[in-house]
Design a binder for this molecule. Structure first.
Ligand SMILES: NC(=O)c1ccc[n+]([C@@H]2O[C@H](COP(=O)([O-])OP(=O)(O)OC[C@H]3O[C@@H](n4cnc5c(N)ncnc54)[C@H](OP(=O)(O)O)[C@@H]3O)[C@@H](O)[C@H]2O)c1
Length: 401
């Protein structure tokens, strides 16, 4: 292992045009709060573009507040929504666009230095690839892009000199802890997990958990897809793969530890036996801000730990009630198209559960079943983008059967 990482520090630029992809979501909204906060502190951020799928009213409000050059509504839910958005912004000079290609074009714009990649799911891959190719500073929340196509994203980042900074709180914690040592000095990383709402449930009880129960995360307020992924622990499986790509670590050096209080966001055990951790409240704005200002730190707008109220920090090993973790390790070991398939099957099963069409217990069964079928037949070891997209499409169809 060497110390060349995709997160090599790029020089700070004087003016930082930012595109927030997925601006209406949980991370996108928090990102805009952080940007507004940094601008108030005199940091040279300027919002150039905002993109969302269908939340046109929220997008219009954000556009009025941040006055970007372009807003994109990729998939209007109703025929009239794009017109409504245009009408709401008619008094401005903001350009209103639609379609996935417009997001890719935004990620490549010359006046965009920073791409906040906070679209949910594999839909976020194309703009991440475009930003990586164009050498942008990428604040990456969209872990699915690395799970699906880390084998393409990382080489593009290295080739173009892009800067890839993690927003996921666990990976931000590892990245921040890495300031105490070198990549080659890591013995192992320990990704912490809250355990989600079903940490102490039996398998039988979990099998029939309702959507509302699964959407009630004990510590974090997040979008619906990742909240369900946190309940199955599929989110941690995706994070294992994300860590593999970001820190160039094999599966054997990535451990998961349940830490229900979500105070320690993750830690590194270095070869000399020292363990360095990053701690904080469960507030994504800390990690988002660090991904925008690294290597500097500025006054933050996130909530602070109140040590007088912290009574305990406890830890548990994850157990066999959460088989999703094994999928993450399997994806690292097999590589190739396995991540695209596991991710797409999970996205499909996750949304089928949210739509009330399958029980909770089926989400991971479907994902592992589709992955197994693919590994037996159709797996590509050294995939091109077309192979990954084909694997993704196959897995979605298979998972929906
Ligand atoms: N939320 C967290 O605390 C958290 C923490 C760590 C990592 N992450 C990761 O961050 C990403 C975003 O999560 P989230 O919780 O913020 O999700 P979310 O609340 O569901 O927001 C998703 C955003 O993506 C937009 N979007 C969806 N499809 C799109 C497309 N094809 N083109 C453009 N925009 C599209 C949505 O627009 P609409 O509003 O119009 O649907 C929305 O703005 C995920 O990869 C997640 O794993 C999230």
């Amino acid at each position: 292992m060497n110390d060349i990482t995709p997160m090599a520090v790029a020089p700070l630029v004087s003016s930082r045009g930012i595109a927030v992809l997925g601006s209406t979501g949980s991370i996108g909204t928090n990102t805009l709060q952080v940007v507004e906060h940094l601008i108030k502190q005199g940091q040279p951020f300027e919002v150039i573009g905002l993109a969302a799928a269908s939340s046109w009213k929220k997008l219009a409000e954000q556009a009025v507040r941040f006055n970007p050059k372009v807003v994109i509504l990729t998939h209007p839910a109703n025929a009239g929504d794009l017109t409504e958005l245009k009408t709401a912004l008619a008094h401005t000079r903001i350009k209103v666009l639609t379609g996935d290609q417009a997001v890719v074009d935004l990620a490549r714009r010359d006046d965009v230095a920073v791409v906040a990649a906070s679209v949910v799911g594999a839909a976020g891959l194309a703009p991440v690839l475009a930003a990586a190719e164009a050498g942008k500073w990428i604040a990456l929340s969209n872990k699915e892009a690395l799970v699906v196509a880390g084998c393409l994203v990382i080489p593009l980042v290295e080739k173009s000199g892009a800067t890839l900074l993690p927003v996921d709180s666990e990976h931000s914690a590892i990245f921040q802890s890495l300031r105490s040592g070198q990549l080659r000095e890591i013995a192992r990383i320990i990704l912490t997990a809250s355990g989600g709402p079903f940490r102490s449930w039996t398998v039988e009880k979990m099998r029939t958990a309702t959507v509302q129960e699964a959407l009630t995360h004990p510590n974090w307020r997040m979008g619906p897809k990742i909240t369900i992924d946190s309940a199955t622990l599929m989110n941690k499986a995706l994070e294992i793969v994300e860590a593999h790509w970001l820190f160039n670590l094999p599966a054997e050096r990535i451990d998961v530890l349940i830490h229900p209080q979500s105070i320690i966001h993750s830690m590194i055990e270095f070869v000399d036996g020292s363990t360095i951790a990053q701690l904080g409240t469960p507030d994504m704005r800390t990690a988002i801000q660090y991904a925008l200002t690294h290597p500097q730190r500025h006054g933050g707008c996130s909530s602070r730990l109140d040590w007088s109220t912290i009574k305990e920090m406890t830890f548990e090993q994850p157990d066999q009630r959460f088989p999703a973790l094994g999928i993450g390790y399997e994806v690292i070991r097999r590589g190739g198209t396995s991540g695209a398939v596991a991710n797409a099957a999970n996205e499909t099963a996750n949304s089928l559960f949210r739509a009330g069409k399958i029980p909770f217990g089926k989400i991971v069964d479907i994902t592992s079943g589709v992955l197994k079928k693919h590994l037996d037949h159709g797996f590509v070891g050294q995939p091109q983008l077309a192979d990954l997209l084909a694997a993704d499409a196959w897995a979605r169809a298979e998972a929906a059967l």
